[in-house]
Design a protein. Structure first.
Length: 435
């Protein structure tokens, strides 16, 4: 006989991974359930227990309202880096990252390690829900065997599994976790209803119960692949129209007057989802014997945009008869998107490296990015905070990220300075070129 599921009224939820995805979800759950927030970073746990979130996804006041020093009562978030605390939970939600390696191959190590950690705390009747983006089959084919092996228990007899893909949009204060419709799924019909009911308790936007875990996994991975391909199309248009001397933004505005034209804009494609997820789908497609042409073509096109921007800047400098070698260039912005401190998979680094190949002195200024994190992840030193650069010191300025601060800066082209607007947020007459 299969082990019964524990009623929500007696449940304690553990959220594994307290980053951009895990923390907002843990805070929402903590408003109605006792929640254990687990992260392997003691520094991260210490900051959260002090009521501070460096990702800025959760307001400090909101975090401080749910943080507790010990579990008890009907709600509260207890943050820890000690895995033995997980034994108090009966629902485990895994929200660890799923990156790719330098060859763009999926790295499942965080998922496997998290599964091992959960398995040591697993009891009969428990439910493990994965939120990390994966290709179809990872939950049941890769993670479940780890749970079984380490726990010594049987899948769908002693414990159950669900999958509910995250839809967090870093820096977005309108589409927060509770306001985004949630796809849910479970390993049995009963488990699926259980998982769906759990999320319905905190997701005000509602839920969509998928017929299987694989369907839910596939739905997530194509969401961002679709967006990646659409952006690749307008990025290619930008390259074509640039050669033709046509302003891409003006073309898109004109085309946008048709009711069913999709409003995508050219730009750099980075971050934890759009620039990564297509590779997960491509990997699985190749495993089953199909070579995905459109998906990988879109990835190649989008990954080329940093080099394209740098090359265009060099051309503009040469047309103004400005010295290239040993000249100073300023890149404004380093995070993968505006008004957000997230530097994961930022493609601004591609502009930086390409400009450096021309022996240029390149400064990067970003008031949102963490200087230490950038140095650790990318090996470069950026300016931020009180180190505001003097725009007049540079032969070229590349507005790479549309942080709100930059829109008010006195940026404008001149005979002795090139301005390239990657995000097309400045007036056309102020810049030499834009995507």
């Amino acid at each position: 006989m299969s082990a019964p599921l524990k009623p929500f009224s007696d449940s304690t939820i553990a959220v594994i991974g307290l980053g951009y995805v895990g923390l907002p979800l843990a805070v929402e759950f903590a408003k109605k359930f006792p929640v254990i927030g687990f992260d392997i970073s003691s520094k991260r746990v210490r900051e959260l227990n002090e009521g501070k979130d460096f990702t800025l996804e959760v307001e400090d006041d909101d975090l401080q309202r749910v943080i507790v020093s010990e579990l008890g009562g009907k709600g509260g978030l207890f943050c820890t880096d000690q895995s033995e605390h997980l034994k108090q939970a009966n629902i485990f939600v895994v929200t660890v990252p799923t990156p790719t390696d330098r060859h763009n191959r999926p790295v499942l190590t965080p998922m496997i390690k998290a599964s091992e950690t959960v398995a040591h705390a697993l009891k009969k009747g428990d439910v493990v829900i994965y939120e990390s983006t994966v290709y179809p089959g990872v939950t049941e084919d890769e993670c479940v065997p780890v749970l079984e092996k380490v726990s010594g228990m049987k899948f769908n007899e002693d414990f159950y599994v669900g999958y509910s893909p995250e839809r967090i949009n870093p820096g977005d204060k309108e589409h927060t976790v509770a306001k985004i419709l949630k796809v849910t799924s479970g390993s049995t019909p009963e488990a699926a209803e259980y998982v769906d009911s759990l999320y319905k308790a905190v997701i005000t936007a509602g839920t969509h119960l998928a017929p299987s875990i694989k369907v839910a996994e596939a739905a997530k991975v194509i969401e961002n692949s679709q967006r990646d391909i659409n952006i690749a199309f307008v990025n290619e248009l930008s390259k074509i129209f640039s050669l033709m001397g046509i302003d891409t933004q003006e073309v898109l505005i004109a085309a946008g007057t048709k009711w069913n034209f999709l409003p995508f804009r050219p730009g750099l494609v980075g971050g934890h989802c759009i620039g990564v997820d297509p590779y997960y789908l491509a990997q699985k497609a190749q495993e089953v014997g199909y070579h995905p042409e459109i998906i990988l073509a879109g990835r190649r096109l989008n990954d080329s945009m940093g080099k394209h921007v740098a090359t265009e800047v060099i051309k503009l400098m040469m047309r103004k008869d400005l010295k290239v070698i040993d000249s100073k260039v300023l890149i404004l912005g380093f995070t993968f998107k505006e008004d957000c401190p997230d530097v994961r998979n930022t493609r601004v680094i591609d502009i930086y490296h390409e400009l450096k190949t021309f022996d240029m002195e390149v400064d990067v200024y970003d008031p949102w990015a963490n200087k230490e994190e950038v140095a650790h992840e990318y090996g470069i030193s950026i300016l931020n905070g009180g180190e505001t650069p003097n725009l007049a010191d540079y032969s070229a300025i590349v507005l790479a990220v549309a942080h709100k601060e930059f829109k008010a800066w006195p940026i404008g082209k001149s005979d002795t300075q090139v301005v390239f607007d990657v995000k097309s947020v400045l007036a056309k007459e102020l810049v030499d070129a834009r995507l």
